[in-house]
Design a binder for this molecule. Sequence first.
Ligand SMILES: Nc1ncnc2c1ncn2[C@@H]1O[C@H](COP(=O)(O)OP(=O)(O)OP(=O)(O)O)[C@@H](O)[C@H]1O
Ligand SMILES: [Mg+2]
Length: 436
Amino acid sequence: MKLLGKDKEVSPVDTQFLADLSDITTVGRYQVIRKLGQGSMGVVYLGRDPYINRNVSIKISRPNANVPGEKLEKFRERFFLEAQSAGSLLHPNIVAVYDAGLYKDFCYITMEYVDGLPLARFCREGHLLSISKAVEIIFTVCKGLDFAHKQGLIHRDVKPSNIMISRSGRIKITDFGIAQVKSEQSSSKGLIGSPGYMSPEQVKEQPVSDTSDIFSLGCVLYEVLTGEKAFPGENCFSVMYKITHDEPTPVRVIRPELPEILWKIIQKALAKEAKQRYQSCMDFAFDLRVALRGVKGGAKTDKIENVVDYIQSVPFFEDFSKAQVKGILNSSNVFKVSSGKVIVAEGEIDDSFFILLSGKASVRKGAKRIAMIQRGECFGEMSYLSGQSRAATVVAETDCIFLKISAMLLDRAASSIQLLFLRKFALTLIRRLSKF
Ligand SMILES: Nc1ncnc2c1ncn2[C@@H]1O[C@H](COP(=O)(O)OP(=O)(O)OP(=O)(O)O)[C@@H](O)[C@H]1O
Ligand SMILES: [Mg+2]
């Protein structure tokens, strides 16, 4: 396809591209078994790693034809840099990147092979998933994205074809990092792929942050629930206009049995202003979990099992075993408070303590802000340790999710758990004191 401007879609995968790959049998050390699919940036093959003796997926890309030598070098450089950063992501819901290399004048990347289907297959009328299954999938994608965001990586191309569902029901996000190369190619060549899931800031070519992925995931949630695109359009230009100016059709117009809460969640994820959206995927996941509770057959994700992994990844709990976290969760509460709300008030008598799981909070004495609390830090432990009333007020600076643990529970817990908590409290105190 030729490209002329932003309203034109292009694809480097043209007849020449495919012809140049027609005799492919090996790529690097990998045997090519068969073609799995094709996207706007390249072709994906099922391959076999003869050394490790496992199946892999091989994605082959090449910059647009007629790119001068210098740009070609730049493309390759970027490609490998992105493969490297994606390669550092190890999470059960993210397709692992194994290797990258050159094949003729193509670049290739080998990844974990997912024996299954992309979510795109279930975003069509007649193939829709149950509401609870659809929400559970997006909940799981939130967990993978949250992990990547905490490592400083933004996906930039979250869409149904980049979410794979394995035969055994595992959910894996693919194509991390590739979107950056794609967008760089796009800006010089027109738009590669569909803009249907881009955030308004991506459309306007403004800097993006984690909340851009949240917008894209909001589009996916809309589509997996309704079978229709949140921002449909005849061409790229009309889609991009809708993303920046229009509200999508309310989901219940399309699927009346959808609960109102899901529409509220979608609207928050799809806010045009990044600041109005969920500020973290954990925050997004929390609301999806609440919605699931109300959906028939949706109790599964509510199971403690799903939350344990996340909590274990929070710095405070890194030394706790899965069983210990599970035990603590069984007798504690996960709470969400909106930005601006008081969590703990100075002078209050209460000996429970808290661990911030997501968001930011501030410690205040009178009107003065004396410290900030970040994700994974505890607060309120002084009352527990000293038996005094609260010495300061803690206010949510953003929407926050935290774990509230009662002192009574800790007193009844096994001594190994008590010791772990006391050690963490001591480390927290040392860190706080070292700041003075
Ligand atoms: N890790 C994988 N394991 C198994 N199949 C995969 C894997 N990655 C991609 N595929 C298959 O290859 C197809 C093409 O993927 P590709 O990423 O090239 O394009 P896309 O995501 O559909 O679109 P675009 O290039 O516009 O982002 C996918 O739809 C999927 O069916
Ligand atoms: Mg893809």
